[in-house]
Design a protein around this ligand. Structure first.
Ligand SMILES: [Zn+2]
Length: 68
């Protein structure tokens, strides 16, 4: 299985996109610069979308085959 990693460049916290598997989940990295959440868009064919926002440096986003 492939995992999509969202890694904070400041505190090195790793969040996995696959953990955002239902509506209304919000998680931040340890330093708070990166926030990943699920958001509902009305009339969309998908029940939710995973969004990534950041206040500092852009996070490193990449795919991996296994979770660390
Ligand atoms: Zn951080």
């Amino acid at each position: 299985m492939k995992y999509t990693v969202v890694k904070c460049m400041n505190c090195k916290t790793i969040l996995y996109k696959e953990d955002f598997n239902k509506e209304r989940i919000t998680k931040s990295c340890e330093c708070g610069e990166i926030t990943v959440s699920t958001q509902i868009i009305e009339n969309s064919i998908y029940p939710w979308y995973v969004t990534v926002s950041h206040t500092g440096a852009r996070p490193d986003i990449y795919e991996t085959n296994e979770r660390g």
